[in-house]
Design a binder for this molecule. Structure first.
Ligand SMILES: Nc1ncnc2c1ncn2[C@@H]1O[C@H](COP(=O)(O)OP(=O)(O)O)[C@@H](O)[C@H]1O
Ligand SMILES: [Mg+2]
Length: 164
């Protein structure tokens, strides 16, 4: 992994991406708050592989799979849940409510959303935003932010070691 600007890093392998996800997932688990994680990036940039890492760090023991056709998969973790969404197939943001989005938001579990830019207008006030970009071959650029809470962002970036 190569660190770049404050909120950016590069991963060079799938394992790198999963490892980063796992560290972040651990922070989220320790952070102890209901949380939303918004993954934004084109097809094949690594959203699902990153989700696998996040889920593992959060404590999910089974291998998670892409929820493209189900829209949402639920995983039980200790006394909470991880809700893994893929909203690619929604034609408008409001359709997210038809799959129970509001209940999940208020459930105290964590919500992980692939293609979150599609439902950007419906995201909560505070959420972790991860943008993924292709570089050549197996390199991906990752941008990490905590939207709506600068103090949390600082804490999070320190934990996942985004410093240069
Ligand atoms: N650094 C990397 N991080 C994540 N995936 C990578 C990386 N390099 C190559 N890949 C490949 O890119 C693809 C990412 O797929 P996936 O995680 O399903 O993406 P998405 O969910 O964004 O469509 C996989 O085929 C994976 O092997
Ligand atoms: Mg995917």
């Amino acid at each position: 992994m190569k660190h770049k600007a404050q909120v950016q890093l590069e991963t060079h392998t799938v394992e790198d991406t999963q490892q980063f996800g796992q560290t972040l997932g651990k922070w989220v688990q320790q952070n102890g708050e209901p949380l939303c994680i918004a993954l934004i990036g084109d097809l094949g940039t690594g959203k699902t592989h990153l989700s696998q890492g996040i889920a593992k760090g959060f404590g999910v023991t089974e291998e998670i799979t892409s929820p493209t056709f189900a829209i949402m998969n639920t995983y039980d973790v200790n006394r909470t849940h991880l809700y893994h969404f893929d909203v690619y197939r929604l034609s408008e943001a409001e359709e997210i409510y038809e799959v129970g989005y509001e209940d999940y938001l208020n459930s105290g579990g964590i919500i992980l959303i692939e293609w979150a830019d599609i439902i950007k207008s419906e995201l909560p006030k505070e959420y972790i935003e991860i943008k993924l970009f292709y570089h050549e071959d197996e390199t991906r650029e990752v941008e990490l932010r905590y939207v709506g809470n600068p103090a949390k962002e600082k804490e999070m970036l320190k934990y996942v070691d985004f410093s240069n």
